[in-house]
Design a protein around this ligand. Structure first.
Ligand SMILES: [Zn+2]
Length: 227
């Protein structure tokens, strides 16, 4: 284990993540308002986020994005929160961690119209055809335990198409524990199972792939991600 990026989903969880990371050099933070919490993204929240983003542990704005699965906030509120936080990331020259569910085309349109040119699509869930589109927007694609699930053939096809320098892995803990840990509370150590599955799929060496993904994370999030 060399480092962790932990994400906020609103102001209070972003503050909590910073207090967790401050005494722990291996933990870096993304601060942001998740699409589920889009209704809370008003002017006061955005100015608090601007302050939080200047803390030394903060490496990104996230999770932000769009979730059109039907279990999230109204779409217009989500779009407003996403656009406002993309603008904030551009202003502060920070990468973004983007949550996208059933809203790939809409999310890419907002990203393309913003000044931000780099970020991570977290827990990638689209098919192989969207990989090149995200890559052309300057984004890294991050794969979670879903990659190891039996039904995830399209996700594995997508994985094979990701340029090596754009590939990241994540746990999305405490959710989505990879096989063979499925059903348990996910934790950072389980990332090894996801990387091993990815290495099998890409017919490459797992240790080399792990090293490459750490280098990619450092390229995106900076040197707080230790080597
Ligand atoms: Zn998410």
């Amino acid at each position: 284990m060399v480092g962790v990026v932990t994400c906020g989903e609103d102001i209070s969880s972003s503050e909590h993540a910073i207090s967790l990371a401050t005494p722990r050099p291996m933990v870096a933070v993304a601060v942001g308002i998740h699409p589920h919490r889009a209704a809370s993204c008003d002017g006061a929240a955005l100015s608090r986020l601007r302050e939080l983003a200047k803390e030394r542990t903060v490496v990104a704005i996230g999770e932000i994005g769009l979730d059109f699965s039907g279990r999230s906030a109204p779409r217009d509120l989500q779009a407003h929160a996403f656009r406002s936080q993309l603008d904030l990331a551009a202003e502060l020259d920070l990468p973004v961690v983007v949550h996208v569910r059933d809203a790939g085309a809409e999310a890419r349109a907002l990203v393309a119209s913003a000044a931000v040119v780099r970020g991570q699509v977290h827990c990638y869930s689209e098919g192989p055809e969207a990989v090149a589109e995200w890559a052309s927007l300057g984004f890294h694609l991050s794969f979670a335990g879903t990659l190891t699930f039996e039904r995830s053939d399209r996700l594995r096809q997508a994985l094979r198409r990701v340029p090596e320098e754009r590939l990241l892995f994540e746990t999305d803990a405490p959710y989505l524990a990879p096989s063979p840990h499925r059903g348990r509370r996910n934790e950072p150590a389980f990332i090894v199972a996801t990387v091993a599955a990815a290495a099998r799929e890409r017919a490459c060496d797992a240790a080399g792939l792990a090293e490459r993904s750490v280098a990619n994370a450092r390229a995106l999030f900076g040197t707080r991600i230790a080597v």
